[in-house]
Design a protein around this ligand. Structure first.
Ligand code: UFG
Length: 340
């Protein structure tokens, strides 16, 4: 298949491009590098041994997006591009609505004009709000607890409405739980700008001495060790979930939400212990108050993805820590790291 990947240079996008190419598909990437590096795509090509076709542009520019579709016939689109920092979305809600909704609307209009009717959308487990029950199944109630989450929920709603009006479209809404880890080669990984917001990139920065100590946000949750529980999933498993989804779109009808998780929850303390095992020494941590808006526990029931596509996550928490650490050790400053 010929697949258009928006945001293909990003963390999940780049790992997905490798898996798509290895599965024999051709890939065209649209990315404006506003939160990613062109180096990521060079690594994709190196790992897959095949080229990626790149259009550097902002999808908010509908006229330029049109040039990507001209003269090509895509079989499907995977839409990763978007802003994703919860705290930033609270401070700059309009920017989040304009970017995440505007890019998606432009993309859908371009696809419709060119007769491309198969889409995989990057949704998030954030659409379950503060879960009252775990594991989470796709039919559970949806809500948004911040503007970022609201953009994901609104886009899901837009796609459900759009598919209701256009019976020929086939859309997978992939609800990722907590993607972490890196490519086993150590050549690709997560490269957040500034101080990381998320647990795993923060831990790896502490492990390589770029940050002093990890704050454990909340030690009084009603969980066995008092810290919050999440479903951490290796980014390569998430990437392979996209390959399975895009290959399975032909048998979907309308817009279908599907969880991508492992089905196992791990507490913050368990993640720290796993990293300490891999590292072979303790990590400096300090207890801190709960972070506003954090849920106590969230993990997936991943059985729908297995049922539909035969996909399951295969990597363990130790694999996630080992690969994240390998990447961060080789690239303490991310893709900007100069070779030693
Ligand atoms: N945590 C710490 N210290 C840190 C960072 C995080 O203790 O320095 C804790 C958090 O409080 C939370 C857990 O680690 O309990 C995981 O936090 P992350 O920020 O890594 O992940 P979240 O589950 O909060 O958020 C992720 C994605 C969001 C998405 C959300 C729900 O980053 O984009 O899952 O899907 F919206």
């Amino acid at each position: 298949m010929l697949i258009l990947v928006t945001g293909g240079a990003g963390y999940i996008g780049s790992h997905t491009c490798v898996e798509l190419l290895l599965a024999g598909h051709d890939v065209v990437v649209v990315d404006d590098f506003s939160n990613s590096s062109p180096e990521a795509l060079r690594r994709v090509e190196r790992l897959a041994g095949r080229p990626v076709h790149l259009h550097q542009l902002d999808i908010l520019d509908a006229a330029r997006l049109e040039t990507v579709f001209a003269g090509r016939s895509f079989d499907a689109v995977i839409h990763f591009a978007g802003l994703k920092a919860v705290g930033e979305s609270v401070a700059q809600p309009l920017r989040y609505f304009r970017t995440n909704l505007g890019t998606t609307l432009n993309l859908l209009e371009a696809m419709a004009r060119h007769g491309v009717q198969r889409l995989v959308f990057s949704s998030s487990s954030t659409v379950y709000g503060n879960p009252t029950r775990v594991p989470l199944t796709e039919d559970m109630p949806l809500s948004a607890v911040n503007p970022y989450g609201r953009t994901k929920l609104m886009i899901e709603d837009i796609l459900r409405d759009f598919c209701a009006a256009n019976a020929d479209w086939q859309v997978a809404l992939l609800r990722y739980f907590n993607p972490v880890g890196a490519h086993a080669s150590g050549l690709m990984g997560e490269d957040p700008r500034g101080i990381p917001n998320n647990l795993m990139p923060f831990i790896t920065k502490v492990a390589v001495g770029r940050l002093e100590a990890l704050s454990v946000f909340g030690t009084d949750y009603p969980t066995p060790d008092g810290t919050a529980i999440r479903d951490y999933i290796h980014v390569v498993d998430v990437a392979r979930g996209h390959v399975a989804a895009v290959q399975g779109l032909a048998s979907l009808r309308g817009a279908r939400a599907v969880n991508l998780g492992t089905g196992r929850g791990h507490s913050v303390r368990e993640v720290i212990s796993a990293m300490e095992r891999v590292l072979g020494r303790p990590l400096p941590t300090r207890n801190a108050p709960r972070r506003a808006g954090d849920a106590t526990a969230s993990w997936a029931d991943p059985s729908l993805a297995r049922q539909l596509w035969g996909w399951t996550a295969t990597h363990t928490l130790d694999d996630m820590c080992r690969d994240a650490l390998r990447w961060q050790t080789a690239h303490p400053d991310g893709y900007d790291t100069r070779p030693a």
